[in-house]
Design a protein around this ligand. Sequence first.
Ligand code: FAD
Length: 353
Amino acid sequence: MTGTIYDVIIIGGGQAALSAAYFLRRANLSYLLLDSETQPGGAWQHTWKSLSLFSPALWSSLPGVLMPGGQHYYPTRSETIQYLQEYEARYKFPIVRPVKVTAVQKQEDLFVLTTTAGDYVAKTVISATGIYSNPYTPDIPGSHTFQGTLLHAAQYISPEPFTGKRVAVVGEGNSGAQILAEISKVADTVWVTRKPPEFLPDDIDGKYLFDAATQQYEAQKQGKDYQRLSLGKIVVVPAVKEARERGVYENPLPPFDHFYEAGMGWNSGWKEPADAVIFCTGYKPALDHLKPLGIIQPDGRINTQGTRAIDTNGLWLMGYGSWTGFASATLIGVGRTARQTVAELTAFFGQPE
Ligand code: FAD
């Protein structure tokens, strides 16, 4: 226990946490960030090496500092990490690393945070722990009998270890399409998808998606009719385009029913051998630290109004996806929810906005 009672503790040190800190530094409140990473950059430090943003630099900025590169450049993973590193250094945010918050409990009006570096106490908490540390892998019978390598996209770094092997990539989203694109250059691949994969038109990138989603959001807010846009489709980044031209995405297989020693099996009797299976099957919010509050719903989320937790006074959640604010899982979108969150926090403390 440090003895200090902070007005606000932000759990996390990724883009969501930093954008909350950006607005908090102007409020007359004491605050601290606790991040389990050893270095700045949040989840970007763990994504695969070749990953680039699908939103151009001009539309990939946190509040206050423009991401360099302009409207036609897609920043790389390491440029994004550098941007986040410079962002937090510029504003000198009070971040303590590495500190993992393992439990958050409410004791009367205060939050007590159990961490790997002792207890911390705060009047309010913003949880911004992302999803990347909680990958979702479907439970498929026989996985323990499979002799090959099983991994999730969250553990995938680069294609070299798969050279000359037979690799199955599971999942029809952007991660699956991008990992398949590069692995198929060095390995024999199969793609396993729940439904036929859908590609966006080639000229649609992250900026278009953000604009379209903004229009959808505004129309929805004003009760107007709008054309629903599917954000789950695959963005045709250059690597995906090139792989499509090589025929990599043709004839995907339906989900398999079980594993056998040397690969995947279907109830029809069909079998496909594989040396490795990579699950690109998504993530769930990393909320284990909030379990003691008893507010996590069966779907793994928490009931919120905007970013404010409905069932625990003094708790906000940022960056997990649209359920914590429109486009809040993107660099450009999270600033808006951060501004709103800090406005609510200052009101909570009875300060003028
Ligand atoms: P994170 O970056 O995950 O940060 C959370 C931080 O909290 C981490 O540092 C973590 O270590 C820490 N933490 C977790 N649990 C605890 C705990 N219990 N105690 C203390 N600290 C904890 N976004 C865009 O804007 N444009 C793009 O083009 C884009 N492309 C993407 C492509 C892929 C393949 C993926 C996976 C994501 C992409 N994103 C993109 C989204 C973006 O990367 C993530 O949504 C973003 O990293 C989320 O930021 P965050 O701050 O919410 O979480």
